[in-house]
Design a protein around this ligand. Structure first.
Ligand code: NI
Length: 135
């Protein structure tokens, strides 16, 4: 663990009150941990703005499995990006809809491109990509 340094921060009362209310709602028991997480989140965002940064991601897709050839196209895309895909899981939501979660790693731009290719396929109703950077 790296050496810990103490820092003092001046904040106006109203801002601090809003911050305390927020972290209390989120379940934090002390400000330091909440501030550390905020800093990590901001640094991670900064990294993810770089197309070549390494990341892991979950692509969430909701689609109608009756849609012509969609499942084949999704499968083909996944097989073509085998090196990037760590795992995928498929949940049958109801008679028509499936949820597929694809977990992958790679560069930010590669992940975004693959996610866009999947999201734009006919029959995909919803898609969401969550990414975190890794070193
Ligand atoms: Ni299904």
């Amino acid at each position: 663990m790296s050496k810990v340094e103490r820092v003092g921060v001046s904040l106006d009362k109203e801002l601090l009150g809003q911050f305390d209310a927020l972290i209390d709602k989120q379940g934090y028991t002390n400000r330091s941990e909440a501030i550390r997480d905020l800093i990590r989140e901001r640094l991670s965002e900064e990294q993810l703005a770089k197309p070549t940064a390494k990341a892991v991601a979950g692509i969430f897709l909701v689609y109608d499995h009756h849609s012509t050839a969609l499942t084949d196209k999704l499968m083909k895309l996944q097989h073509n990006h085998l090196l990037h895909i760590i795992a995928s899981t498929h949940i049958h939501l109801d008679h028509h809809n499936c949820l597929e979660i694809i977990i992958l790693k790679g560069k930010v731009k590669e992940i975004e491109d693959l996610a866009n290719q999947m999201a734009s396929l006919k029959g995909v109703k919803l898609s969401k990509t969550n990414m975190i950077n890794v070193n």
